[in-house]
Design a protein around this ligand. Structure first.
Ligand SMILES: [Zn+2]
Length: 228
């Protein structure tokens, strides 16, 4: 049994011989190493999966690193399938939280959040992965603004993030801006909150112009919406 927090989300893993079942986002009510019986409560659902303001369980079955169909072993599954609108509802909930967060950060672009922080079905890789930031809808060429005062740590290009900018802020916080057409700041430059640092593009693994915005604290990604 594993119980812990991975990227802000509680996860419980129960081993059954060579199989493991996974439960997230869940606050564990069991301890690592304890034995559980079928039907025993292992935890309570947290908010955070793609269910908008509702809670829903991401339930997985693995053998080694191989993902299996969890329903294959369930004789009488009673399922609540997510409505097609679930992802749209999660996006709307994430957008609504912008402005409801601490307000520490300036919005880097004016558009709505179209893909929230959390597990999502990747549009290019066609698999579930952690989306370690938020995507803002923004037209090509829209000005990107520094979310907070800081210093330019790096301006770089790579095949996944495209043109990528990293700003450093006090307290071990960094902000990351991906997929831009380009940036007009250089490494080492100081920026004020709201300064224009670049323009929105669709470079790297991107399906259209948007800004991917990540916030890290001491190198670990956190949900940017809580700062906006
Ligand atoms: Zn993104």
């Amino acid at each position: 049994m594993f119980a812990g927090v991975i990227n802000d989300r509680g996860v419980v893993v129960v081993s059954h011989g060579d199989l493991r079942t996974t439960y997230e986002p869940v606050s564990a009510q069991v301890r690592v190493g304890s034995t559980v019986g079928a039907g025993q409560v292992v935890g309570t659902l947290e908010l955070g999966h793609a269910c908008g303001n509702a809670s829903c369980l991401h339930w997985g079955l693995k053998r080694g690193e191989e993902y299996l169909d969890p329903l294959a072993g369930v004789t009488d599954p009673t399922l609540l399938l997510l409505p097609e609108s679930a992802v749209a509802a999660a996006e709307a909930a994430a957008s609504a939280r912008v402005g409801a967060g601490s307000g520490t950060f300036t919005r880097p672009v004016p558009g709505p959040i179209t893909s929230p922080y959390g597990m999502r079905f990747h549009p290019i890789f066609k698999e579930w992965r952690l989306h370690a930031g938020v995507d803002f809808r923004a037209g090509c060429g829209t000005a990107i603004r520094a979310a907070a005062a800081g210093r330019v740590i790096s301006v770089s290009f790579d095949s996944s993030g495209g043109h990528r900018l990293v700003l450093g802020h006090p307290g071990g916080v960094t902000t990351h801006y991906l997929h831009a057409q380009g940036y007009q700041v250089r490494e080492g430059t100081s920026v004020a909150s709201g300064d224009v640092v670049g323009t929105v593009g669709s470079t790297g693994w991107s399906t259209g112009c948007h800004l991917h915005f990540t916030v890290k604290v001491n190198g670990e990604s956190v949900n940017p919406a809580t700062y906006l």
